[in-house]
Design a protein. Sequence first.
Length: 292
Amino acid sequence: MEHLPRVRARVALHTRRPVRGLLDGEHVASQVGRGMDFNDLRDYVRGDDTKDIDWKASARTGGLLVKRYEAVRRHTLLLVLASGRSMAAHLTPDAVKRDVAVVVAGLVGLGAISHGDRIMMAVGDGGDPQVVEPGSGELHLERCLGTYHDATSLDSRAGDLEALLLHVARVVRRRTIMLVVCDEDELDEPTATVLRRLSVQHEVLLIALSDLDPTRVTRSRVHDVDTGRALPDWVRHDRVLARDYAAARTQAQQEMGTRLDSLGIVHERVHDEPGAVAAVHRLLERQRRAPR
């Protein structure tokens, strides 16, 4: 394995708090029938399995009572990972977006695996999306992360998150807990429309990766991943440009947050690799407390 050890190392390095799994409490739901754990008693009704009758409790109350159990429901986590060439760009001078996306997806995936859930993945750029069928265990998760990592490079096509999500809407029929990891610049209005459609069927979570601020880079030159051209050196020294860029970026991020909030999609933004673990922790806490 190559990616999961790095995910665990990142957790150990940057947080002492345990990160909650997606399936806190294993998503138990009280249902009539036999399950994993005893929940409570209720009156017997015609058609109940006589094996569920609690004879001692029935004798004490004078009426027939049956045991009700908590049925443990296993879920499917769907990792939707954008692999356009913008995801091979730098998040910070020391971190590539693709590698941070692996940490995010790996961390949430490990949480799901710890509760016995299955994982599937959809990955794609502007070409043909690839869907990895559901599987379980760390080896399956490692293969998913490896597939995504290998599919994301500066030679990839331009990102097309809308096309990837449309493909998911067409081919994934089962209900899932869907984690979308993407470049924040891909969250335009058409993409939001597809997310709205998906949120009807799936429980959608989203983590957006910020762009490198070219006005704050001091140690190396900045190249545009689409054109390959280097940005002029004066960009790093123009205070007016830095101020205007920061203001425009803040406004765009606020608009994106408002758009996702209106869809009821729990979301977080990651600005650097050390902050990825904390962002996942916040995301899962918000998801756990979100109204159902």
